[in-house]
Design a protein around this ligand. Structure first.
Ligand code: GLN
Length: 516
């Protein structure tokens, strides 16, 4: 396999700037890789080879005249299928949107295009981003490149798997309850959920508007900072977009990589650990905390007592918002239309279309949401959940008085087997135990690989959270931890993955990985 696919986005950007390679070469190498392994991994729902190569050629023409539009000009990217892409199908992993080709670009996508990143294709996801395993996709599951019998996390399993399988150097995900961070943890990749309002939601098909946030899916912390800088910042088309400049994320990542955390107070959240978390996940987490201390950080334990209610709160607020959002799929406006025999009324067509077009998990949440919002139950469920949401935000405010960042394991377990939890919604929901509080309060978070955490040699992640708008802190601390771990492992964790398919067996050994 081409060495180009093993490089980080930052390395590719440098090579492009130095004229050592071209965007067409880099893009073709990733398309070849997709052709070789995606039959097994199924990270992509659509691959746009022609479009990506013509965008790559345009990037090369700009580079040749010294007119690169951004540091990442010419570095290809994969986009989660929840983002509207002009001229490219957008399904959200659902039958109900089959065949829909958006007439416009989401702001995130428009910014990728303006910055010159060729779009390789759209990645698989749980239907309407509901799930933690990508098994709820109507188009079949994505498999974890570390072990094809296991899940890649969800809902953004396609984006994370594309990174772990070297099918793309960068990807876009969305995180409503953990869908960027949890797939990152179980695939040994990096994922960032930015501050709510820090990246535009315009053109992102809404799951739950007050929780959804798009962000970077990468293999390194620096790559995430570079991508976040491209997609982030104010957008007048999104009324919840923050009207203030982004902090210097790339500077924070570079500074963090120098490895000095002196003066940084790291808060270990008492409620995010212990029971329900796999032993190996906790061991790797503790090691990460020790490495932060060795880098000069001060560690304190903080308590966020209301976090124990986060999951219940989320599973009232999310279905409520989702049931309202999904009402737009009415057989009239987008995608699928099923017309029953006879002389059906508009309502008959809607019913038949929604029956055929939505999967079980989506229907389950529509029912939950409409119930929670119905008169007589509104105060008891939805209203109560909003109050607890406020208490969770207060817990964060308290905790951030004692700590600059908060840390926990990202996901309670390593990747489970396909089929293991798909029929057990509650077991599936528990995967987001540690990630959901950040969505409820809008604070930013990163997941960084923490090491191999079980006897099968599967990876886990550590989560670092910061106060709203202080996204630079997650990059600084994340990069410092990453640097310490890379030293400990002698190279990227992904180099220790078992071979995925023929070509991956050619991955350099751990020692070679360290020197490259
Ligand atoms: N797994 C969570 C859910 O099913 C989170 C989904 C997400 O972040 N999009 O709702």
């Amino acid at each position: 396999m081409s060495d180009l696919i093993r490089r980080t986005a930052a390395e590719l950007a440098d090579a492009l700037a130095a004229g050592e390679t071209t965007s067409v070469e880099v893009t073709q190498a990733h398309l070849d890789r997709i052709a070789a392994v995606d039959g097994d991994v199924h990270a992509f729902l659509v691959v746009d080879a022609e479009g990506a190569l013509s965008q790559a050629a345009a990037a090369d023409a700009r580079r040749a005249t010294g007119q690169a539009q951004s540091p990442l000009d010419g570095v290809p990217i994969a986009v989660k299928d929840v983002m509207a892409t002009k001229g490219l199908p957008t399904t959200c992993g659902s039958r109900i949107l089959e065949g829909w080709v958006p007439p416009y670009d989401a702001t995130v996508v428009a910014r990728l295009r303006a910055a010159g990143l060729p779009i390789l294709g759209k990645t698989n996801m749980d239907e309407f981003a509901m799930g933690s395993s990508t098994e709820h996709s109507a188009y079949g599951p994505t498999r974890n490149p570390w072990d094809l019998s296991r899940i890649p996390g969800g809902s953004g399993g396609g984006s994370a798997a594309a990174l772990a399988a070297y099918e793309a150097p960068l990807a876009i995900g969305t995180d409503t309850g953990g869908s960027i961070r949890q797939p990152g943890a179980v695939t040994g990749t990096v994922g960032v959920k930015p501050t709510y309002g820090g990246v535009s939601r315009y053109g992102l098909v809404s799951l739950a508007n007050s929780l959804d946030q798009a962000g970077p899916v990468t293999r390194t912390v620096l790559d995430a900072a570079l991508l976040h800088t491209v997609i982030g910042g104010h957008d007048p088309k999104d009324s919840t977009s923050i009207d203030a400049p982004l902090p210097d994320l790339v500077g924070a990542a570079r500074r963090g990589a120098e490895g000095d955390l002196s003066g940084v107070r790291v808060g270990v959240v008492k409620e995010l650990g212990g029971e329900g978390y796999q032993d190996g996940v906790l061991t790797r987490f503790q090691e990460s905390v020790d490495l932060m201390v060795a880098a000069g950080a001060e560690v304190v334990e903080v308590s966020c007592p209301n976090f124990v209610h986060a999951l219940a709160t989320y599973y009232l607020i999310l279905p409520a918002e989702a049931s309202s959002n999904l009402a737009r799929f009415d057989a009239m406006r987008y995608g699928l239309r099923v017309t029953p025999d006879g002389d059906p009324s508009a309502e008959d067509v809607m019913r038949a279309t929604r029956e055929a077009g939505f999967g079980d998990e989506v229907k389950r949440r529509i029912i939950l949401g409409t119930y929670a919002l119905s008169s007589g139950y509104y105060d008891a469920y939805y209203g109560q959940a909003q109050k607890v949401r406020t208490l969770i935000t207060r817990d964060f405010e308290q905790a951030f008085q004692h700590a600059d960042v908060l840390v926990s394991p990202t996901a309670p377990t390593t990747a489970f087997k396909l089929g293991e939890k798909v029929d057990d919604p509650l077991a599936m929901y528990l995967n987001d135990l540690a990630t959901i509080p950040a969505n409820l309060s809008g604070v930013p978070g990163i997941s960084v690989p923490s090491g191999l955490a079980d006897e099968d040699g599967l990876p886990a992640g550590v989560q670092i959270l910061a106060p709203a708008t202080a996204d630079d802190r997650v990059y600084r601390v994340g990069a410092a931890l990453e640097a310490a771990l890379l030293q400990k492992w002698g190279g990227p964790l992904l180099d220790q993955a078992r071979p995925l398919v023929g070509e991956v067996a050619q991955r350099p050994s751990r020692d070679q990985g360290a020197s490259s």
